[in-house]
Design a protein around this ligand. Structure first.
Ligand code: WT7
Length: 668
């Protein structure tokens, strides 16, 4: 546990206690809300009965016989004995219910006028064709498929086709590097990779296929024959290298396939997908989600937290499918609910800074869900940009990924939501699969900056290091005290790490340790205070300090590296690296040239992806270490955040910080 968290927490706590604005639910909304205040009581009175009732939103082939089997904690089984098909639930059943003509996705490509509306009936055809094609390529229950794609409809279609066959997907964010892709393909043992030639980003086609080619070459070196096929969607039409042994065009194999496919039913606990996320060590964790509980959890929360009315709402999660937010709230939750969603391929400033607001005006978007980092960027660009557009269709706003600071919350509510739309600050994680702590739009009086309380059916607490529940007005660690349907089931291939990471700290109490600091205010409402482990949150994306440190050290000129997340006005936190160079890197002790720093920044980008590229690299002669050799990142964080350096008494060599501070000052 880093000590820096405690210090930052007390500062944040002091700031937060001044917040006394409250925003009541709009009367009209409250009068017709999907969820009312009584639901909390009902769920509390009988949590399992509540989750049994929520399971009715899903279509089961065999009904389940037990809601939760918690006889072997922390390994949960939800909806025991039930069988279902996830793709059938997300697609076919809506067509059968007469909603085939309803639009599932208003897809908006980045180039203007490059749009496609896909109805549920069309989605059914596409998913069935892709499922038949994948089955033809030998994909079946338990097999793994990697999906490395831009934000195009085929990404969702590929996911649904995979799970329709009982296989698992692992979607790798298209912004990740070939190395990141190769690592995940190897860990997940995927036999098929689905990708595209490229996608549009910032006005021009960005290639994806070359990264896949590199990844495949790397995988071939370690596990020859593991990848059997690479299925390539043609999106941009750019030239691609072609490997006749592996590569197949999507349009050759999928377009020719039959649109008829009878879904097989799978056990509720059949694994659905693996999503990799950063932990506090360098090796990404493969979070495993399973079918029944995940679908119940995501569809319930999407309906409850966004007050979804599938007949009239136009819903938009402005995130990438390559993150859990996209899985739960672009694909599975909205589709299970038969919602109409917007899916947007590109960046918010292409071809102009009003692109999001134009999309909202064009499609009459009623619910917008995005990250605080995006909101802060729009704030910087100025209110006059959204004010040019008609945003009157909006009725609910959502926020996810990091704490939303009160200023951003209020700006979002006023400028985007015309001071009318409630803001849902949703706290959850890749591991939780679904929203856990959030206001509800028809019930909660919102406080800017607080995620408020656990949603019905979820139990969260703030506790001390020793596991005592803190009184109102105090801070501690966030725990989840009861299992929930869409909880992760394990880490792929590593039950021990699963137990260690989440369940060992409060093993006695049987609580899930989330890794976040939190505070309960005087009303008992929860304020999230950020990670307490060596995990950073950059633009709502989780990055591990160790992972970036390993990337830096893999550069031949780097001897040692320490990485911290420093406060950043736009991205929440930014990557700051302290690097000791190898002696051979500097001839005769000269200063590190700027181009070497740029080279190192780009090296991280190549190793992990653009999101991990350090904002700042400082070349230092030493790193602050304890006597046991642990790097004291809290001190480096002080430097990165231009603060007076804190207590250095536990350093093996207390003069080290002077050396670092001097060097860094000299640099500026
Ligand atoms: C971590 C999970 C959940 C999808 C996006 C990120 C932070 C997430 C909030 C919020 C404060 C938040 C936490 C959490 N976080 N949402 N509303 N308020 N912090 O998923 O990559 O799994 O990261 O993001 O620190 O532990 P993730």
């Amino acid at each position: 546990m880093s000590q820096s968290s405690a210090e930052t927490d007390s500062q944040t706590l002091a700031n937060l206690s001044h917040e006394d604005r409250r925003f009541d639910p709009p009367e009209e909304l409250a009068a017709h809300a999907n969820v009312t205040a009584e639901t909390y009581e009902e769920a509390k009175a009988d949590r399992l009965a509540f989750w049994a009732e929520q399971a009715e939103r899903i279509s089961w082939d065999e009904p389940f016989t037990e809601v939760l089997d918690w006889s072997n904690p922390p390994f949960a089984k939800w909806y025991v004995g039930g069988t279902l098909n996830a793709a059938y639930n997300c697609v076919d059943r809506h067509v059968e219910a007469g909603h085939g003509d309803r639009v599932a996705f208003h897809w908006v490509g980045e180039p203007e006028d490059d749009t496609r509306d896909i109805t549920y009936a069309e989605l059914q055809d596409e998913v069935c064709k892709a499922a038949n094609a994948l089955a033809e390529l030998g994909v079946g229950q338990g097999d793994r498929v990697a999906i490395y794609m831009p934000m195009i409809p085929e990404t969702a279609i590929a996911m649904l086709a995979t799970v329709r066959l009982g296989a698992l997907h692992t979607v790798v964010f298209g912004g990740f590097s070939s190395d990141a892709l190769a690592t995940r393909v190897l860990d997940c043992e995927t036999k098929v990779i689905i990708t595209s030639d490229g996608g549009y980003r910032r006005g021009s086609p960005a290639a994806l296929k070359p990264a896949v080619d590199e990844a495949v070459a790397k995988v071939e070196g370690e596990r020859p024959g593991l990848v059997e096929h690479v299925l390539v969607v043609r999106r941009t039409g750019q030239d691609v290298e072609w490997n006749d042994d592996l590569d197949l065009w999507w349009h050759d194999v999928v377009d020719e396939a039959s649109p008829e496919h009878t879904p097989e039913m799978f056990d509720a606990e059949n694994p659905l997908f693996v999503m990799y996320t950063s932990g506090s060590t360098g090796k990404p964790k493969g979070i495993v989600h399973t079918t029944g509980g995940y679908l119940v959890g995501t569809s319930y929360t999407h309906w409850a937290v966004f007050d979804l009315k599938p007949d009239t709402d136009v819903y938009w999660t402005a995130a990438d499918i390559g993150w859990i937010t996209g899985h739960s709230y672009i694909v599975y939750g909205p589709l299970a609910n038969g919602a109409t969603s917007v899916m947007y391929e590109g960046t918010p400033d292409t071809p102009h800074k009003g692109r999001w607001w134009e999309i909202i005006e064009t499609y009459g978007v009623t619910i917008l869900y995005c990250a605080p980092t995006a909101i802060r960027t729009f704030m910087k660009w100025g209110a006059e940009i959204p004010e040019k557009f008609d945003l009157s269709s909006l009725r609910i706003l959502g926020s996810v990924g990091e704490p939303i600071n009160p200023e951003a919350y209020v700006w979002y509510r006023e400028t985007i939501g015309s001071s009318r739309c409630p803001v849902m600050d949703t706290w959850w994680q890749t591991e939780t699969g679904m929203h856990m702590i959030s206001p509800l739009p028809g019930v909660t009086s919102g406080k800017p900056g607080s995620a408020m309380t656990a949603i019905p059916g979820v139990s969260a607490e703030v506790v001390t290091d020793e596991g005592e529940i803190v009184p109102n007005g105090s801070g501690g660690y966030l725990v989840l005290t009861e299992p929930w349907p869409s909880m992760l089931r394990t880490l792929l291939g590593d039950d021990e790490r699963f137990k260690d990471t989440y369940w060992s700290k409060y093993a006695e109490q049987g609580w899930y340790f989330a890794g976040d600091g939190a505070k309960k205010d005087e009303d008992g409402d929860i304020w999230l205070l950020g990670r307490v482990d060596d995990v950073m949150n950059v633009s709502g994306h989780r990055l591990s300090t160790t992972e970036i440190e390993s990337a830096l050290v893999s550069h031949p000129k780097v001897a040692e590296a320490a990485v911290v997340g420093a406060a950043d006005e736009t991205t929440g936190q930014a990557v700051c690296a302290f690097v000791i160079l190898r002696e051979s890197a500097l001839e005769g002790g000269e200063e590190a040239p700027d181009d070497l720093i740029e080279e190192l920044r780009n090296h991280v980008r190549k190793e992990i992806g653009a999101i991990a590229k350090p904002r700042q690299i400082m070349i230092v002669p030493e790193l602050p270490k304890t006597r046991s050799g642990k790097i004291m990142r809290r001190l480096l964080k002080d430097v990165a955040e231009n603060r007076e350096v804190g207590d250095v008494t536990t350093l093996a060599d207390s003069t080290v910080m002077d050396l670092i501070s001097e060097g860094v000052k000299g640099e500026k």
